[in-house]
Design a protein around this ligand. Sequence first.
Ligand SMILES: [Cu+2]
Length: 146
Amino acid sequence: MRRRDLLKRIGTGFAALLLIGCTPTPALEVTDAWLRAPLPGKTVAAGYFTLHNHANRAFTLVGLSSPVAARVELHTHYLQGDMMRMRKLDRLEVASRHRIVLAPGGHHLMLFDVDVGLLTDTAQVTLEFADGTVLSAQLYVRNLRP
Ligand SMILES: [Cu+2]
């Protein structure tokens, strides 16, 4: 009986420690975010990231913006005959406990009228979701010329 009480206490203490030790996981998380800087003389850039949904419900991405670009769109590639084409997606749902990967050849961001003078090591992109959630992501900038 005593032994059981002790074990119970140890169990409770351990659970409390676990709770303290855990930082809360955000519902939405962006990882592997990067931007391919515009080619010299161009102002269009492509951006990529992985969007994780850790929540028990779906989120729908409905808007994108960036202080370094006039317009940010979400695009996808598709095959028409043997031509690779792309089109804009107005919204994209990420299911509960799923993730969406934006990568070259697939879904991607297109940034239009990029102000190259504003580009540093990272570029901020803001994601807006249908429920009003706003998430800010820092995209590591690649191929930025000095
Ligand atoms: Cu595109």
